[in-house]
Design a protein around this ligand. Structure first.
Ligand SMILES: *Cc1c(COP(=O)(O)O)cnc(C)c1O
Length: 391
């Protein structure tokens, strides 16, 4: 099983829970309860109702006529950009907030890089009247002012992380510290398929709605529920995990994961974890990590904040190691070109993260009969400032 970890939280050799003693109680509480909670009729009813009317699911599976014509194949876009708050992240925050409420938690903490996960968390906390604290690197607070404003408007407190490089990995460290100090009343919502077991499995399960819908929609639209290719960008890997989830056991379906090459894989300014990483432990799980030979995490670089992470989730590390998925990396420049091309060709401005997935269309020759699904993980409004520099 590629989509599910074993009883100890391992996907092949990757995963597990490498956590300090002081987090054991929190992690065990979650591990012992989240599956039971998610299996109750009350949870399912509310989760499905919120996904439908608050998030706006099912999101459409859209046949992209113009790109299909240009690339002489059949290209379908899974429109996660149409989710409330503009990306797939909210699927996970709705699920985790409902788990937190069932556990009797009153306070939610989260880390955020570009601010998309912070906004999605603040949004669901506002809906449910929960206190919300978002840790964000001081540098990212300056770079992502509109998302900081959104979080504050939604009632969240944004706390700057001032250590290290003052970006996502430092914000994650601050959030973990908060959780250690507030173990009883607080739930920590991790925003991707990373972190100690059971987070990768929990987040992947909440995001798996994406491939569940793709199957149903493809069956209706083409008469076959299986595509030939599924393409998704990978930061930590949550949108890709959701898009791959129900296809991993069908070997005929090619899974293509797209990482950020930044200025080039060998430029020293990259976030292509599978190309550059080695086995290591980052934020509580064993996975592939960009690190020096003595285990110091290497600063990643990508033009898109959502892919600017020095690791990937353990499910993806295993998909890479077993060659079940093909990993491709795309440079900042090629992602930028793809963003402009898709906008003009299809009338859809994608997030910069998603633009990396579109750039693959120029790298892989597809056949006329292929059915290619691209997971359109988010919309580009948040990236306008970057796009404006290229107009
Ligand atoms: C956060 C984000 C990503 C990257 O995160 P994953 O966990 O890898 O999905 C990709 N696309 C968008 C639009 C995002 O906001």
């Amino acid at each position: 099983m590629y989509s599910k970890p074993d009883a100890h939280g391992y996907y092949g050799e990757f995963g597990g829970a490498y956590i300090p003693e002081m987090l054991q109680a929190n992690i065990h509480e979650l591990l012992n309860n989240y599956k039971k909670i998610a299996a109750t009729a009350a949870f399912k009813k509310e989760f499905n109702a919120l996904l439908k009317d608050f998030v706006g699911r099912p999101t459409p599976l859209y046949f992209a006529q113009n790109l299909s014509k240009q690339y002489k194949t059949n290209i379908y876009l899974k429109r996660e950009d149409l989710c409330h708050t503009g990306a797939h992240k909210v699927n996970n925050t709705v699920g985790q907030v409902l788990v937190a409420l069932a556990l009797g938690k009153k306070r939610i903490i989260a880390e955020t890089g570009a601010g998309q996960h912070g906004v999605a968390t603040a949004t669901v906390c506002a809906l449910k009247g929960l206190e919300c604290i978002v840790y964000m690197g001081e540098k990212d607070i300056q770079r992502q002012a509109p998302n900081v404003a959104r979080m504050r408007m939604l009632g969240a407190k944004v706390v700057p992380a001032t250590s290290g490089s003052k970006t996502l990995k430092d914000a994650t460290n601050e959030a973990i510290r908060d959780w250690i100090n507030n173990p009883i009343d607080t739930h920590y919502i991790i925003g991707s398929v990373v972190g100690p077991h059971p987070y990768p499995d929990m987040v992947a399960t909440f995001q798996s709605i994406i491939s569940k819908e793709i199957k149903q929609q493809l069956l209706k639209q083409t008469g076959n529920e299986l595509p030939t290719h599924v393409i998704a960008c990978v930061g930590g890997g949550s949108n890709a995990a959701g898009a791959f989830y129900h296809f991993t056991e069908d070997k005929k379906v090619k899974l293509i994961a797209v990482e950020a090459a930044g200025c080039g894989v060998n430029s020293g300014m990259s976030a292509a974890t599978t190309a550059l990483g080695t086995q290591g432990i980052l934020h509580g799980s064993k996975s592939l990590v960009m690190q020096t030979t003595d285990g110091q995490v290497v600063e990643p670089h990508s033009i898109s904040a959502g892919l600017d992470y020095p690791g990937i989730g353990p499910m993806h590390a295993n998909l890479y190691a077993t060659k079940r998925a093909q990993f491709i990396s795309i440079t900042d420049d090629d992602a930028m070109k793809a963003a402009f091309h898709v906008s003009k060709t299809e009338g859809i401005i994608p997030a910069l993260e998603t633009a990396h997935a579109f750039a693959v269309l120029d790298q892989i020759p597809f056949k006329k009969k292929d059915v290619v699904v691209i997971n359109l993980s988010g919309r580009g409004d948040k990236d306008l400032e970057t796009y404006m520099k290229f107009l």
